[in-house]
Structure formats: C-alpha cells, structure tokens
Write a new protein. Sequence first.
Length: 219
Amino acid sequence: MPPSSALNDRYHRDLARVVVLRWFGIRADNRARKNIWSPRGSTLYFAVILAPPVIAGAHQLWGHPTSRGRSAYLFWICYYVPLDLILVLAAWSGCRAFHRALPSVDRMLTPRGAREVHAWISRGLRPWRQERWMLTGSAVACLMLWALSDVEQVVQHMYIDAASYVSVTVSGAGGANGLYWLFRASRLSRIITKTGHLRLTWSAPARTPGIEALSRCTA
C-alpha cells in the first residue's frame, strides 16, 4: 500500500490503467512522471471504431441493399464513430478532473482515510472489474439492437446489418465503462465521509477544499 502522502503521486500510473484510455494508447512514463499517448498503441482501437463505416461502405457497394432506410442507416453508422471518440475524451477529462482534486483530497484525509482511498483506487483499476462491465454493456447493446431488428416500424425506416452491431458493441463498452466509474465515484464519497477519515476545517467544515474539488469533479 502506498504511503498516505502519495495519493497525488499515483496519478500518472493509474490513468494508464483505465481500460478505455489504455486501449486508446495512453501509457505511463515512470521516468518522466507523466502520461504519453502512443499512436501505435491505439491502432487496434482506431481500427475497431472505424470498422462500421468501412463495413457499411462495402455493404453499399457490393451488398446492393434496397434504397429504403439507406440514409438513416448511414447517418447512425457515422454518428457512432465520433461518439466513440467522445467517450475516450470524456474518460480523459474525467481522470484529469479527479487528478486536479487529489492534492486537496490528500490534505483533508487522515492516515486511515488515505489507506481506504488507496484501496478504493487499486480495486477499481483492476482490469477484469472494468472489462466485465464493458463486456456486459456490449452484450446489452447488441441484445437491444437485435430486439429492434424485429420491430416493423424500425425496419421500415432503417435496415440493420453487421456494421450496426459493431458500432453498438464499441459504444456499449465505452458507455458501460463510464457507468462503472460513476458507481465507483459514489462509493468513494461514502469512504471519504466515514467518521475518522477526514480532517475537516472546523472553522468552516462545508468549505473543505478537497470536498469542493471532488464535488466539481463529480458534476
């Protein structure tokens, strides 16, 4: 367990362990104590999020689908590509906001509180915990799309093919990852506010800088 004063020092290592960001090529440089983006490390992720338009284009060229629903189909396929990139940027922004709160959080925690927060970070960053949520999110998204494929009002206006499933698989995984960290954030709030975990500024307890910073991060 890292010493209680090292909460802020964990950031550059921990950020690279957020699964969505790691897929995107974020790596920790321990010598420079910063995070770097490796274009080569994100090649597979880019290939996956760009696959739906490629599949859709091949479908249009060689599949000879009916013209009915073509415009809606292409719109939604193209919609998911920037959405997946926005999910990555949102994860990056959320991690940076949490990082900005850490110096204030570090000062307000007692040694026992700091140990609990370190344990919370370590548990949350375990890859299988994150990937389990992401696999579930992808499965739910695909099941919903499969259910919609039998709804007459939907198929009358937009057809569904392999590109559709690839797009919702990636977006479902990213969305589930965001939901995972929202639930983890609520758990962090309960840990921090336990009796004996805080050094409050008793002249104005509601103005404790760490709590204010975490509140802004959550918002």
